[in-house]
Design a protein around this ligand. Structure first.
Ligand SMILES: *Cc1c(COP(=O)(O)O)cnc(C)c1O
Length: 487
């Protein structure tokens, strides 16, 4: 499969190059040349195991001959990425809550859905290096609102030939998330707090990608969902959910399913759009935002406007005002010329406006809703009382949007994190206040009896090994120092 930049159709790359680069030379993101050509064999879906589904999606999107030419190598990579990493061996179990299906994507090592992609990304990078004959050390630069950081650190920890540098907003992540990151022991890992918010971290990382001069033998790449190698593995679970509901007789072949997705950087929901383009019968993709509701406004009005106050909410992994992956949707719907123009406007003025016909085309598929922090808490409490089902703050944002919209089709709500990862907020919703996240974890277990996930067991006692903090303006120098540092 060929890839091109969202800002220039004539910048064409192989999948392996796109994965290695992360972001295109003109600042655009890579898009597959034709998703229609990557038709998923729907007729066989009900006979496929989850691993076969992943293998099929990855080979359609990335090209088996290019990236995994050796017989069985893709299968082996998927097995290395997933075997033994997810509790009960299932990376996306479905749970029926009332009439709705909840897809629990958080049973991996760091208890958020990002594990699904970030267990796979190091395998894809290693193959991409091999395919391109690259022997350079790859430095993974990652901005995180909390969950990407820990999932990327654990995915890349001690991975051969790579180093990983993670930046997170100092006051924008939960204590549990912070400890997961700052206790990561891998020799090739580095974690740094930023005095700023997620967008500051992400913008700084993007600037470094565009402008930093690197020493010989070093390359930068990204573990953020701007990397196509991060997005591709996520497409698989949309097919997996459909396949399971088919097998269990919950839906008929061809019946459309709606997906409600708690959204931040627009990666997860975009993977659903890819699945749809590859032949999955999808009715609506519903984008659920928290109080940082820039996407909610965008889908209603066609105006993307980041000029607004950034809010720190109870669902911090969605505290984002610049949703990078939206650029991919814009390029797919409006073309690369228009996309380039809009992204320039966004950079210069903080806003852009779609034409009416562009907005209409997007709204054929996408719906949107938003949930306040108060509604999030109320939802967690009510769903727990009514159904005995415990959800985290991000999932509750999606659930609330789902409940408040009219759905024609059966619906899958994506659950993106374990309630334990945001235990203080969840306990607060259940009526008890804790200032200490770790106390909240213990108490949540006591009252709900939901087992603490393996990945968070003993989290409070893990030793902190990373203690860096830098200002927004200091990020570039910090990266330089780290890159030049010899082991
Ligand atoms: C990252 C994250 C999201 C948002 O996903 P995007 O792909 O950035 O839209 C939602 N919930 C949780 C728990 C996350 O970690």
């Amino acid at each position: 499969m060929q890839y091109f930049s969202t800002r220039n159709q004539s910048i064409q790359k192989r999948a392996s190059e796109a994965i290695l680069e992360g972001i295109a030379e003109d600042g655009g993101l890579y898009l597959p040349a034709s998703l229609e050509a990557a038709r998923f064999p729907m007729a066989r879906l009900h006979t496929m195991s989850p691993k076969e589904i992943s293998v099929t999606v990855l080979s359609l999107l990335l090209g088996r001959e290019e990236l995994f030419p050796e017989e069985g190598s893709l299968e082996a990579a998927v097995a290395r990425a997933y075997d033994g990493q997810f509790e009960n061996g299932d990376y996306a179990p479905l749970c029926k809550v009332g009439k709705t299906y909840v897809m629990e994507l958080y049973h991996g090592p760091t208890c958020a859905f990002k594990d699904v992609a970030l267990r796979m990304l190091p395998e894809l990078l290693a193959e991409a290096k091999r395919a391109e004959g690259v022997t350079d050390e790859i430095v993974i630069l990652t901005a995180t609102s909390g969950d990407t950081g820990s999932a990327a650190l654990y995915g890349f920890s001690d991975a051969h030939g790579t180093r990983i540098l993670v930046f997170y907003p100092k006051d924008g992540v939960s204590a549990v998330q912070e400890r997961q990151m700052t206790s990561c022991k891998g020799e090739n890992t580095c974690v740094c707090a930023i005095e700023g918010n997620f967008d500051d971290a992400q913008s700084a990382v993007k600037t470094i990608f565009r402008a930093m001069a690197l020493p010989e033998g070093v390359r930068l790449s990204s573990a953020n969902s701007i990397n196509i190698g991060r997005l591709a593995p996520q497409v698989a679970y949309y097919f997996k959910a459909y396949g399971e509901l088919l097998k269990n007789g919950e839906i008929r072949m061809g019946e459309k399913l709606d997906f409600v997705v708690p959204t931040g950087n627009f990666g997860d929901i975009l993977a659903g759009y890819f699945a749809m383009q590859m032949g999955l019968p999808v009715g609506r993709l519903v984008c659920a935002s928290n109080e940082n509701d820039v996407l909610f406004d965008f889908f209603r009005t066609g105006v993307y406007d980041r000029n607004r106050a950034f809010r720190v909410t109870a669902s911090p992994s969605m505290d984002i005002l610049i949703s990078s992956n939206l650029e991919r949707l814009i390029a797919m719907v409006c073309g690369t010329e228009a996309c380039k123009k809009y992204m320039k406007e966004l950079r210069e003025t903080g806003r852009y406006t779609l034409t009416e016909s562009e907005l209409a085309r997007i709204r054929e598929v996408f719906d949107a809703g938003m949930t306040t922090d108060a509604e999030t808490a109320e939802t967690i409490r009510r769903v727990y009382r009514e159904y005995g089902y415990l959800m985290d703050t991000h999932t509750a944002v999606a659930w609330h949007v789902h409940e408040n919209s009219e759905r024609e089709n059966k619906t899958v709500v994506l659950s993106t994190a374990s309630a334990y990862k945001f235990a203080a907020s969840v306990m607060d919703a259940l009526g008890e206040s804790y200032t200490d996240d770790f106390d909240a974890v213990e108490r949540l277990q006591e009252i709900t009896r939901v087992p603490i996930p393996r990945g968070l067991d003993g989290i409070r006692d893990r030793a902190i090994v990373h203690r860096h903090t830098v200002s927004r303006d200091g990020i570039t120098d910090f990266v330089k120092q780290q890159i030049e540092r010899k082991e």
